[in-house]
Design a protein. Structure first.
Length: 307
């Protein structure tokens, strides 16, 4: 990320912050009720946290937006302090203190600062996700927990398909619109690579219906989730392209009532900062029983199981 332009090789960080500023203004003016997706995912993050059954005195809400997740964390038993970190000044002004203007690509926190780091829909905007995870790992105290939700690669597959085909037909080329996204099968490996213990990743799909593609695009603007790729085409989309995209979306994906779906794939990442109290894997070669015997297979009864 450059200090002057705020542009990383993948994302235009300044544009991303401006998109979030616009979302904050719309939410404040009640011009658009578009925070439903973030609120729903925050609830699902909290459900997973309830399953842990632990107390986390000092927590970080990374990508705090309007503070929905942070306020819920502050009400949990044993919570002493929740720090809100958010790159948008407009969002940050509305959340409770302590609050820090921070981008998830470059965290300003000392090592071992938090018992819990929770994040809703911020990490998919990092150009270097392994690097961001490594920073989060260092910011956790031993036996601290990272619990994050981010958009997966199947998000908005219907809209992306319609825009791709419409641009190709109307303009003879396609503007970069799709941010790189990790697959579920790679998520736990990335956590482990960043130094997390007991990494777990799972996914859920949330499908929202809209009257048409234009309503969906308005909601994406209200969420602050519009295109911020550094290589994106500047300027407004042509009317003919937009009209064709809306038609393709409705014809290809519309239901019997004329509404269109918008699919959001949510990846949930969970990992712990290593601690001596955690279960440790046995040293390689220390097994005392055959796997086949444990499975009670015919091979074990014949004495031909692998040792």
């Amino acid at each position: 990320m450059t200090a002057a332009g705020g542009t990383s090789p993948l994302f235009d960080r300044r544009a991303w912050r401006l998109h979030r500023d616009r979302a904050a203004r719309l939410a404040r003016n009640r011009a658009a009720a578009t925070d439903f997706l973030h609120a729903e995912i925050a609830d699902r993050v909290l459900d997973r946290l309830d399953l842990v059954g632990r107390v986390f005195p000092v927590a970080l809400d990374l990508g705090a937006r309007a503070g929905v997740l942070g306020r819920a964390l502050a009400q949990r038993n044993g919570t002493v302090q929740v720090v809100a970190a958010e790159p948008s000044a407009a969002f940050l002004a509305a959340v409770p203190a302590p609050r820090v203007a921070a981008d998830p690509e470059l965290l300003p926190f000392r090592d071992a600062s938090f018992d819990l780091i929770a994040s809703v829909l911020a990490l998919h905007w990092t150009a270097d996700l392994p690097g961001a995870l490594a920073q989060l790992r260092r910011a956790l105290r031993p036996d601290g927990l990272l619990l994050a939700a981010m958009l997966g690669g199947q998000t908005l597959v219907e809209l992306r398909t319609a825009l791709f085909e419409a641009e190709l037909a109307e303009e003879g080329g396609v503007s970069p619109r799709v941010s790189p996204a990790i697959e579920l099968g790679d998520a736990a490996a990335l956590l482990q690579r960043a130094g997390f213990a007991m990494p777990v990743a799972d996914s859920e799909t949330i499908t929202v219906s809209y009257p048409d593609a234009l309503a969906l695009m308005r909601d994406l603007r209200g969420m602050g989730e519009t295109n911020a790729l550094a290589a994106r085409r500047r300027g407004l989309m042509r009317r003919a392209t937009l009209a064709r995209a809306a038609t393709i979306h409705a014809e290809r994906f519309g239901d019997s009532e004329g509404r269109i779906p918008a699919t959001f794939e949510i990846l949930f990442l969970c990992g712990w900062a290593p601690h001596s109290s955690q279960p440790q894997p046995l040293p390689r070669g220390s097994a005392t029983h055959r796997l086949a015997a444990a499975l009670n297979s015919p091979q074990s009864r014949k004495g031909h199981g692998a040792g």
